[in-house]
Ligand binder design. Structure first.
Ligand code: OSB
Ligand code: MG
Length: 375
């Protein structure tokens, strides 16, 4: 196939509530989407970078520029395989430190290829499950607000919660959640807010006091504080095996292999955007499976399209920790893309041809604040 044109859309989507993490607050969801026109048909991709460069170094508007100025022009007219595999799909110039921008065009190429071949993403990846357990993330809030939100979400069918924590806002929160919802699968995510001096506190939080502690902890320390992660994992080795899940610390297989060799992660959150795309996500999954490390599918406040990709990925066998697998409408108050379907606490793995379904053109028009054509 050859790419004839890339149409970029900068959308501004309303959120149901602000998303608050220790790295910052997201009040409205600026997000970049791309439609490619190719010799084998169209494809859609999502760039899930957040509005501001708080979680990682990439932002939605920064990606809008780098895709439009650099990545998309490099794609036009190049001969590419019609039927790439997860190992051969590649975006020219996509290996230079802008994984989220790259992942957008990679998704669009995969979508075009799978649509033209009548294949779903889950089948292309070799996934076998047709449903995956639903999980939901809860942003920072007071203990009372968080428990109330957690009770409401469990009543809606979510069996797993991932709650944001930070220093000084952790042990009391976990105890209150355990008291209110003793059976729920409880994960916590610190987005790197603790440091070396907090290893004792973090270990106590994970193990729990009279209560049961947590079922996983995500990115407790800053990505560079690998020694603290190693120490925590060693500290936890003698008890219940609670995974210390890397998120921000891993943007490639190379990062993951290094952390693994060093004993600095015992679980991995795989987010296609953070790692440069679906191909690298599949390789990270394979690395986890080969090493007996639980993987979890990580969300990024995606549209229905990004959530479709995540649900297909999560159907692979290495994803044994419940992921951020809630419908896009958990966060987005409006979305041009059709959403995932949740039934009895499970997400149905999409069977659409391609990565996901087509957007509603009228909604796309309504929420587009800027667009750009590269041809
Ligand atoms: O740290 O896991 C994170 C969302 C955006 C950026 C980083 C993170 C998150 C989430 C997932 O917590 C929320 C979701 O998409 O459901
Ligand atoms: Mg995280």
């Amino acid at each position: 196939m050859r790419v004839l044109a890339v149409e970029l859309f900068l959308l501004e989507l309303p959120l149901n509530e602000p998303f608050v993490a220790s790295h910052g607050e997201t009040r409205s969801r600026a997000i970049v989407m791309a439609r490619v026109a190719t010799t084998i048909g169209p494809g859609w991709g999502e760039c899930s970078a957040l509005p501001a460069a708080t979680y990682t170094d990439e932002s939605a508007t920064g990606c809008y520029r780098s895709i439009g100025d650099e990545l998309a022009p490099g794609l036009i007219g190049r001969p590419l395989p019609d039927d790439p595999s997860p190992d051969t799909v590649a975006v020219p110039g996509g290996d230079r430190g802008r994984p989220m921008a790259t992942s957008c065009l990679e998704m669009a190429l995969i979508d075009a290829s799978l649509r033209s071949r009548g294949l779903s993403l889950a089948r292309w990846l070799g996934a076998e499950r047709d449903r995956v357990p639903a999980g939901v993330s809860i942003g920072l809030g007071t203990v009372g607000e968080t428990v109330a939100a957690a009770e409401r979400l469990v009543a809606d069918g979510f069996g797993r919660l991932k709650v944001k924590i930070e220093p000084g806002h952790d042990a009391r929160l976990v105890e209150a959640l355990r008291r209110a919802l003793p059976a729920v699968e409880l994960q916590v995510d610190a987005n790197g807010a603790y440091d070396e001096a907090d290893v004792d506190d973090v270990a106590r939080l994970v193990v729990g006091a009279a209560e049961r502690g947590v079922d996983a902890i995500e990115q407790p320390f800053a990505p560079a504080a690998e020694a603290a992660a190693v120490e925590l994992i060693e500290r936890l080795a003698s008890g219940r095996a609670v995974p210390v899940v890397a998120d921000e610390a891993v943007s490639s297989v190379r990062d993951a292999a290094r952390l693994l060799a060093r004993g600095a992660m015992s679980g991995l959150s795989i987010k296609p955007a953070r790692v440069g795309g679906i191909g690298e996500s599949k390789r990270l999954h394979d690395l986890c499976l080969a090493n007996g490390l639980p993987a979890t599918a990580g969300g990024m406040l995606e549209t229905g399209l990004g959530r479709h990709a995540l649900a297909a990925l999560a159907a692979l066998p290495g994803f044994c920790l419940t992921g951020d697998l809630s419908p896009a409408s958990r966060w987005l108050a409006a979305d041009p893309w059709p959403d995932l379907t949740m039934v009895d606490g499970e997400i149905l793995v999409p069977t659409d041809h391609g990565v996901g379904p087509e957007p509603d053109e009228a909604l796309l028009e309504r929420f587009t604040v800027d667009r750009r054509l590269v041809d």
